[in-house]
Design a protein around this ligand. Structure first.
Ligand code: HEM
Length: 202
């Protein structure tokens, strides 16, 4: 069962990590960018943040799950370190851009607060995980990386919650406000229970 859930998570992560490619193939006005006001689209800092966010967010989602397989990690420790460093750098770039973009999020203060909080928890949990492994504290490193990837996975859960809520309520605007929080708070809770269970089984 545990392995089955892990495979499902990997499949979703791989699919959504490639989603930013639509910005290569689809005309921008027909994407999410079409929903942004023209003053935001003319803001060069926002535009650079947006592309940095989706490229490096995609990379972190694409590679992050690979770090959790125990067999792979023990067998390829050097690769674990390389992927880990790439993950931390990608999360750093994507989260700092996301925090900035959060100020301009569609929907105003409620969605802004949701995305900015997520960005901060994402950045901080990843940096703490890095600091812990530098100190040689493997257990704490693993726990904080589980929180970090739970945040990365918000990119997937957002794209599951939003269509679900929109269809249920027929209210896209309020669904978006709810989803800015729903996309990550339950993930962090699940990460908490995974960490608790791991502590009990070790
Ligand atoms: C986990 C922390 C993340 C935060 C805080 C975050 C934040 C944001 C924010 C604020 C926006 C703009 C929303 C608006 O203006 O209404 C956005 C859009 C976007 N983000 Fe993220 N994001 C995160 C993770 C990711 C990841 C890992 C990916 C990788 C796939 C990603 C891909 C995108 C894309 C493609 C968009 C454009 C919207 C769309 O086309 O659906 N994000 N994000």
């Amino acid at each position: 069962m545990k392995q089955f859930l892990f495979v499902i998570i990997c499949i979703f992560a791989l699919i959504i990590s490639l989603y930013p490619l639509i910005y290569v193939f689809v005309e921008h006005k027909n994407t999410f960018l079409g929903s942004k006001p023209s003053e935001v689209l003319q803001n060069e800092i926002w535009k650079s943040a947006f592309f940095a966010h989706i490229i490096f967010g995609g990379i972190s989602l694409f590679i992050g799950w690979r770090q959790f397989g125990i067999k792979f990690r023990n067998k390829h420790l050097r690769l674990h370190r390389i992927i880990g460093k790439t993950y931390v750098v990608s999360v750093f770039i994507s989260s700092v851009s996301a925090i900035y973009m959060g100020i301009y999020a569609n929907g105003g203060i409620i969605s802004s607060a949701g995305f900015i909080s997520l960005g901060l928890v994402w950045l901080i949990s990843t940096l703490v995980a890095l600091i812990q492994i530098r100190k040689g504290n493997v257990m704490k490193h693993q726990q904080f990386m589980i929180y970090s990837y739970a945040c990365t996975f918000a990119a997937v859960t957002l794209r599951l919650w939003y269509p679900l809520l929109k269809n249920l309520t027929q209210d896209p605007d309020n669904s978006y406000l709810a989803v800015a929080w729903l996309c990550w708070l339950p993930n962090v809770l699940v990460a908490y229970f995974i960490n608790k269970k791991n502590l009990n089984t070790d």
